[in-house]
Design a protein around this ligand. Structure first.
Ligand SMILES: [Zn+2]
Length: 439
């Protein structure tokens, strides 16, 4: 699978974080399903915005690109996203891109102007397939063209001729740099081959970016991606995301106050194509769900971080899990990656594990809890089974006193002891077996 990565000119925002999480889960799930996944995601390290920022800050383009690429990997690592197998960089593929542009000119589907080389979209019959629009309707919706040399406003730049002060590469069309749409078609076909399985990215890339990638492959007679997956947008209360509004803009800012697992859970609560609302409230609500999962893991002592880590992608082989529960999870996920459905099942299983535990069937409860933890691992969620808390004698005595007070109906005394325990740094919970403490 090939997923359009970032243009590295700024710190990644939470929308980029959602994209990374959606495709991380898809990749993990495909691996869990027994497929051998080769995951490629590119880094666009030359672009107008990188050039602008470098000029504005008196730095070089590579300095800017390296800073924000590092920021991107730091952020996705923090979110628990597995690194792609390959992360091709645009600047390392310029020769191949020049070769593609030359080939397209030779085939008569691209033409040179004074500003660059353009792809002529009318030469591709199926242009508009991904946008689900005809060429006519795309044309009428296009902005009025200011470049009189372009044959259609929809024609896009394969090669941009150098302007003064810009970084350049040599080509048969003079010095310049490749267009963004050419980058992805060259790198995906090079690393994954013709007719690769799956191409992803955010929904705003469908048109024109993905349409234009595809058009170049079609013009060369090469089978391109067989399936397309696009994730929806991130909204913040219908408002512009900004720190002053208490919303989150960058992934770093969000992770200053939120558990990265809570953001993953929030993303997975919605189908990948729908829009999601990210506000302090929705993150807090996801954190509550996460807490339910952790508490189940703690109650039934599920401490092994099942199926997690960068080295091992999870499979059910040889796991001590309940097979029919795994099948139910799989049925939801096989239905267009229905993560909300899969999570609904998971939380139902959490309730059932507690009920079994309350009824004294510890063995069945623990098996269900292990299965939940394993499937959370498939989704990239590591549960915090916690180390068993060590109490000192004084704390132990308070717990005993509190349970006795509750049993005797002395709730004033029981509440007073609760306050004492909270002051000592404990979270106090009441269960069927009495007081439970967590750090
Ligand atoms: Zn792309």
């Amino acid at each position: 699978m090939y997923v359009c990565g970032l243009t590295v000119y700024d710190h990644p925002h939470i929308g980029h974080g959602r994209m990374a999480l959606v495709f991380d889960v898809l990749r993990r799930y495909l691996a869990f399903s027994g497929l051998d996944v080769h995951y490629v995601s590119n880094v666009t390290d030359i672009d107008d915005r990188i050039i602008e920022r470098a000029a504005g800050e008196g730095r070089t383009e590579p300095e800017v690109a390296q800073e924000f690429e590092a920021s991107w990997w730091r952020a996705t690592d923090s979110l628990g996203v597995l690194r792609p197998d390959d992360t091709p960089h645009a600047t390392a593929y310029v020769d191949d891109m020049v070769a593609l542009v030359s080939d397209l000119v030779g085939r008569g589907v691209a033409y040179e102007t004074s500003s660059g080389v353009y792809f002529e979209v009318e030469k591709v019959d199926s242009y508009g397939l991904l946008a689900r629009q005809s060429l006519d309707s795309l044309r009428s919706g296009a902005r009025v063209e200011v470049d009189a040399e372009k044959r259609s406003p929809l024609d896009f730049a394969l090669w941009k001729k150098a302007k003064p002060g810009e970084p350049t590469w040599d080509s048969p069309f003079g010095p310049g740099r490749p267009g963004w749409h050419t980058e992805c078609v060259v790198m995906s076909l090079d690393l994954l081959g013709d007719g690769f399985d799956l191409h992803g990215g955010a929904v705003d890339l469908i048109f024109p970016h993905h349409e234009n990638e595809r058009a170049q492959a079609v013009a060369q007679g090469r089978p391109f991606a067989r399936h397309w997956v696009h994730n929806g947008w991130v909204m913040a209360g219908g408002e512009k995301m900004s720190k002053s509004l208490g919303n989150f803009t960058t992934i770093d800012e969000m992770l200053d106050v939120a558990d990265p697992r809570a953001y993953r859970l929030l993303v997975l609560r919605s189908q990948y194509r729908s829009q999601i609302e990210v506000t302090p409230e929705t993150i807090a609500d996801a954190a509550k769900g996460l807490d339910r999962l952790d508490r189940m893991a703690q109650r039934f002592s599920v401490t092994e971080p099942l199926g997690l880590g960068t080295a091992a992608l999870a499979t059910a082989d040889g796991r001590d899990v309940v097979a029919e529960e795994v099948d139910r999870f799989r049925a939801r996920m096989d239905d267009d990656l229905d993560t909300p459905g899969a999570l609904a099942w998971i939380f139902d299983a959490v309730n059932r594990a507690h009920s079994l535990g309350d009824a004294g069937d510890e063995e069945a409860a623990a098996a269900l809890a292990r299965t939940v933890a394993f499937l959370c691992g498939v989704l990239g969620l590591a549960l915090d089974g916690g180390a068993v808390a060590e109490f000192d004698e004084a704390t132990e005595r308070l717990v005993t006193e509190r349970d006795e007070a509750r049993a005797a109906g002395d709730y004033g005394r029981s509440d007073a002891i609760r306050d004492q325990l909270v002051a000592l740094g404990w979270t106090v919970e009441d269960g069927p077996n009495g007081t439970t403490l967590r750090r």
